[in-house]
Design a protein. Structure first.
Length: 331
């Protein structure tokens, strides 16, 4: 059985927001290892911008979107952790979440606890799992202990606000940067121990001041080109530079020797999809995320909601850094 009337955001070629179009994509039955899911809400993330614009080169035509929440309609052969009627959420490859209905691999789809709404589920999976692998798995030499300083750029964004709260729950002193006083206040209200407006302050100098000249054990950076050099100067000896995005542009090549000169530093470039390569890993990370959300340590702030048909405006707002917290698309 093939179902139609399924508005889906597609691009024929990579480029600006104007390349996105709503098309009707027919949806059939799930094959082995797949499910069919009807979305109630879809997440909006910066990775979607990278995939649309060509920062991440992908074959076209391409359906966009990496996370959503809804109800499982059918499961294919071999799928045992989900059944028709289950509430579910995911962050997953391949892209294609900007739609009402899709058939997709079941591996990264998990049951959504009854205590978590579809909107929250759609807003939290990619960003929340990213915060999980950063704070819990992407660790400097010797790990992180309560009281340690960490620097987190874009602290008022979707990942940032989750990380501020989670870091506070772990006893970490998170220093958050943001591009306005309002965004700094938002990060502070969500658990950042210190905040820096990088437009009006030299964040490297402020970090040294806050840490008594010691520097931080780890920098979590999704901004990229604009923050890279000064971030390295914020690290203490043997500190870790953890890059997980490039909102301001790709970091240019650098000579590894500079890491030695700056204190025998470590550098890593992380992606969520390496961490959720297996169903077991996905489930374990999701369980930990669900626990801090249902336990109240982390609240998911949905600050922007857009109709799916308004996806062009949503992308423009995201690229212009007009958004705070999480944004969702409503199919």
């Amino acid at each position: 059985m093939t179902q139609s009337n399924n508005p889906t955001v597609r691009i024929e070629k990579q480029g600006g927001p104007e390349e996105m179009h709503l098309v009707d994509m027919p949806v059939g039955e799930p094959g082995a290892g797949e499910i069919r899911i009807r979305h109630h809400a879809c997440g909006l993330n910066f990775i979607d911008v990278y995939q649309r614009s060509g920062v991440y080169p992908l074959a076209t035509p391409l359906s966009l979107g990496m996370e959503a929440a809804g109800v499982v309609e059918a499961v294919g052969e071999g799928v045992t952790h989900l059944k028709a009627g289950d509430r579910a959420a995911y962050a997953s490859n391949p892209p294609g979440a900007y739609c009402t209905l899709r058939v997709m691999p079941a591996r990264n789809v998990v049951k959504l606890p009854d205590a978590i709404s579809f909107e929250t589920g759609a807003a939290m999976m990619l960003k929340g799992l990213t915060a999980q692998y950063l704070l819990r798995k992407t660790l400097p030499q010797g790990g992180l202990q309560a009281g340690d300083f960490v620097l987190f750029h874009a602290a008022a964004g979707g990942v940032g606000l989750i990380a501020c709260q989670w870091a506070k729950a772990l006893g970490l002193q998170l220093i958050g940067t943001a591009g306005s006083d309002e965004k700094c206040a938002l990060a502070k209200a969500n658990g950042a121990a210190h905040v820096i407006n990088y437009r009006t302050e030299d964040f490297a100098a402020r970090v040294k001041e806050i840490t008594g000249g010691q520097g931080v054990k780890v920098v979590y950076d999704s901004v990229g080109k604009d923050t890279w050099d000064k971030s390295l100067d914020c690290l203490r000896p043997f500190g870790l530079m953890a890059s997980f995005g490039n909102a301001s542009g790709v970091v240019p090549p650098f000579a590894p020797g500079m890491l030695g000169a700056k204190g025998s530093l470590y550098v890593t470039r992380q992606t969520l999809f390496t961490h959720i390569a297996t169903r077991e890993a996905t489930q374990a990370m999701a369980d930990e995320l669900f626990a801090v959300v249902t336990g109240g340590q982390v609240k998911i702030h949905i600050e922007q909601r857009y109709p799916l048909a308004d996806v062009t405006r949503a992308h423009r707002d995201l690229e212009a850094r007009k958004t705070t917290g999480c944004s969702i698309l409503m199919p």
